[in-house]
Every structure is written in C-alpha cells, then in structure tokens.
Design a protein around this ligand. Structure first.
Ligand code: C5P
Length: 416
C-alpha cells in the first residue's frame, strides 16, 4: 500500500548515505538565471543536497561551472552528451525529492504544460514524480499573456506550486509583475513544502474516489460525471505527508490515475463496498470522496434492451450499499471517518444531518453550482463541518489545496 517516494540517492555520481533533503534545481534561459546562483548557495547553506539541471539557453547566461562550484556536484545540461547512456533524466527524477525551476521562462512553462521532452530539463520533469515548484520570471506582458496564464493553470491543476513572480523593475527597464521571486522567498517556499510533507507517518489512509457505474444492460448504465480528482488529490496529499494510502476508485475520466498511487479499481457500488470493507480494518482514516450511485437496477439485463415494440421503459431500482454509513457504523475507536456532501439545499443543515446519519467526524460539503461544479472543476467553494467544533468555509481554491485543508483537520482528529 505504499506510495512510491523519491528513491534514495544513487547513480549519476550523487552522494548517498546521508539524510540531507535532495533538491533538483532547474535553471532556464532568462536573465534571472544569475539569481539562481544565489538560490543554489542558499540551498547548500541550509543543508540541502543540490543538483542542477540547465537548459542550453541558461548556459548562455551562467556557466555550468558556477553551479558545479556552488553545489559541489556536476551539472546536467545536454541529454545527448557523452553521459547520455546514464539516462540522467531518469536518475535525476528518481533522486530528487523536490524539483524547483528558477527561473522558469515562458518557454519552459509551455514545454512542461505540454509534456514536451526534447531536452534534459523537460525530460527530467516527465520522469519526476515528486513535488514541483516553479519560480517564473518574464516581462509583465508575457506573464499576462493568455497562453502563459493557461499554461500556469494547467500546471497548477496538476499540482505544481508557484512562487512569484514579484513586482519590481524588469531587465527591459519597465516596472511591473515579472521579476523572479527573491531567492530567500524561494528557499522559504521550499522549506515549507518539505516540512508540510509529514504528519501521517505510520498512518493508513483509505480513500474512495470517482463515480460508480451500475449497468442496466451490457451497454447502458447509471452513473454521474465525477472525475475522481478530489479523491486523487486526497490520496496524493496523504501520501506526500507520509501515509500509506490506498485509493478505491470507480472508472476515472480523462487521463485516469496518475502513477504512484496504490489503487483498487472497481466499477459498481457493490464492488466498492466490498473493497472498502476488506481494507477498512487496517485503516486509521477513511475518506469517502466517491460519488457512489445510490440506486442500481434490480435486474440488469444480460441482453441489450430493445426499443422495438415499446413505448417506454420503467426500470426498477434498489438501494445500493451506503459505504460511508457502513464504515461509520463499524468504526473502531481512534479511526477517523470523513464524508463528502454534495447538496443543492442548505449546506450546513444537510452536512449536520449527514454527520449524524453516517457517524462521521467530518463532512466536506460542496454546493452543486453552475456548470456542473464541483464535478471536474479544479476549484470550488466548500464548507468543512466537523462533528465537534465550528464549521469553516474554504474560499475557491484548487482541489489540491482543499485536500490539504481536509488532511489538516484529519490530522488534528487523529492527534485527538
Ligand atoms: O448519502 P449521500 O450520498 O448524500 O452522502 C455522501 C457521502 O456518502 C459521500 O462521502 C459518499 O462517498 C458517501 N456514500 C457512500 N455510499 C453511498 C452513497 C454515498 O459511501 N452509497
């Protein structure tokens, strides 16, 4: 049930056998590259093990030797150079705990957003499964360009964190938003990302996600538009904080499940119920983020239903198992149970009813909003309603941040 974390340092001439945090610094070709030297120095001074990967363009601004001297390690530049046989992109991607790209030019943002892999830095990005921090730096007009805005949105939806740009004087002489964040601010962000990623060591977290699908006949079914993103973010964030995670999920939309999350795929509510009940005895935390079908056809047809000779069709449905309620009823002392509520009515009242009926510790209540929100949307407004204590409203934010807020609550419930 363990999520794969960055493996211990090995190969690419990287020293191992110490407990220093492993930071990969990506430097791209903007004038702010010279400030990345300061960042490398600060990282080393704060006790981090630092490796640097540069784009060709970055080497026009700062020599690789500068970074090699500052970090005491060889700098990776050309994916097709003499050391290409070592597959540095894979090794660096595995080695690093955190990948910070500073400065991140408009060009690299586009490459990362598009999943390009035509040189070492962008290829390493694809091979890397940990946390990504981007410190963009560019001219104000470029930063505001819809293409750049769109690329940042895509990257942020995939979990990348951003620091800066700040407001200040640009290399072109203008003043505005665009200069790279101060190296000391980037270091602070890195420290916070490294420290936040703990608190769930030795804890087992079981999460449900996505829709369930209830077949009417071999080709038709009852379901809903849940993408599973909320549950995926919860599983990812719990794993990032050190938990052993398992995600039981229905059929997922889009690109499906990102790598590295131990998961059990299911189709129907019954299958989800059985998978959860099998795993729940070992779980410290259960989070029911799945949009489970409440009803299923009593007698699914083995043959495709024909319309010929029929004016209409009445389906007889029965209740499917309420997984959250079953978990709440069978819960053992110390286990934390979290449910979701998707409501068109009054959120707080409905959430409180659900706390009682499901015997949960916390309900994460979402309003059904415009354009089908929260399904598929990366950002929505939610209410956290605990069984004990005051409810808290979270402003619209990414599902990743919502996951963080939910897990902060879970952590305090676990700590009692
Ligand atoms: O009862 P309702 O569907 O409104 O409650 C929503 C919460 O209950 C969610 O956490 C959902 O994952 C969970 N649920 C469940 N099994 C069901 C229905 C809902 O686990 N059959």
């Amino acid at each position: 049930m363990l999520v794969r974390k960055a493996s211990p340092a090995r190969a690419v001439g990287v020293s191992s056998g110490n407990d220093r945090r492993r930071i990969l610094l990506g430097v791209t070709g903007g004038i702010a590259a010279y400030r990345a030297c300061e960042l490398a120095r600060l990282l080393v001074k704060s006790g981090k093990e630092v490796r640097v990967v540069m784009t060709e363009a970055a080497t026009k601004f700062v020599a690789p030797l500068t970074f090699a001297t500052l970090t005491g390690a060889p700098v990776a530049v050309d994916g097709f150079g003499p050391s290409a046989w070592k597959m540095e992109h894979i090794e660096l991607g595995r080695w690093a705990e955190l990948f910070v790209i500073a400065p991140a030019t408009a060009d690299v943002l586009a490459k990362l957003a598009g999943g390009e892999a035509d040189e070492l830095l962008s290829t390493t990005h694809l091979a890397f499964e940990g946390e990504l921090l981007l410190a963009p730096a560019m001219n104000t007009a470029m930063w505001r360009h819809p293409a750049v805005v769109e690329n940042c949105r895509r990257l942020s939806e995939r979990g990348a964190r951003f620091v800066g740009p700040r407001e200040g004087e640009l290399a072109c002489g203008e003043t505005g938003v665009g200069p790279m964040a101060e190296p000391s601010d980037i270091l602070e962000e890195i420290e916070s990302m490294l420290t936040a990623a703990s608190g769930f060591e030795g804890r087992r977290v079981l999460v449900t996600a996505g829709p369930t699908v209830e077949y009417i006949d071999p080709v038709r079914y009852l379901s809903n538009p849940s993408t599973g993103l909320m549950g995926i973010e919860l599983a990812r964030e719990a794993a990032r904080r050190g938990a052993e995670v398992c995600l039981v999920h229905g059929p997922l939309a889009g690109s499906g499940l990102p790598g590295g999350i131990p998961a059990e795929p299911v189709v129907s509510a019954q299958q989800m119920y059985e998978a959860v009940m099998r795993r729940i005895p070992k779980a410290d935390v259960f989070i029911g983020a799945a949009a489970v079908s409440d009803f299923r056809p009593v007698r699914p047809s083995a043959e495709k239903l024909k319309k010929e000779g029929k004016r209409g069709l009445t389906l007889e449905l029965e209740r499917s198992p309420d997984i959250l309620q079953a978990v709440g009823r069978a819960r053992r002392p110390g286990q934390v149970v979290v449910g979701f509520a998707l409501e068109t009515g009054e959120l707080l009242t409905e959430a409180r009813k659900k706390l009682a009926s499901k015997r949960a510790d916390l309900i994460v209540a979402n309003a059904v909003g415009a354009e089908g929100a929260p399904f598929g949307s990366s950002s929505h407004s939610i209410l956290l309603v605990p069984a004990r204590g005051e409810p808290a409203r979270l402003p619209p934010q990414s599902k990743r941040r919502v996951a963080g807020a939910v897990l902060d609550r879970v952590k305090s419930l676990l700590d009692g």
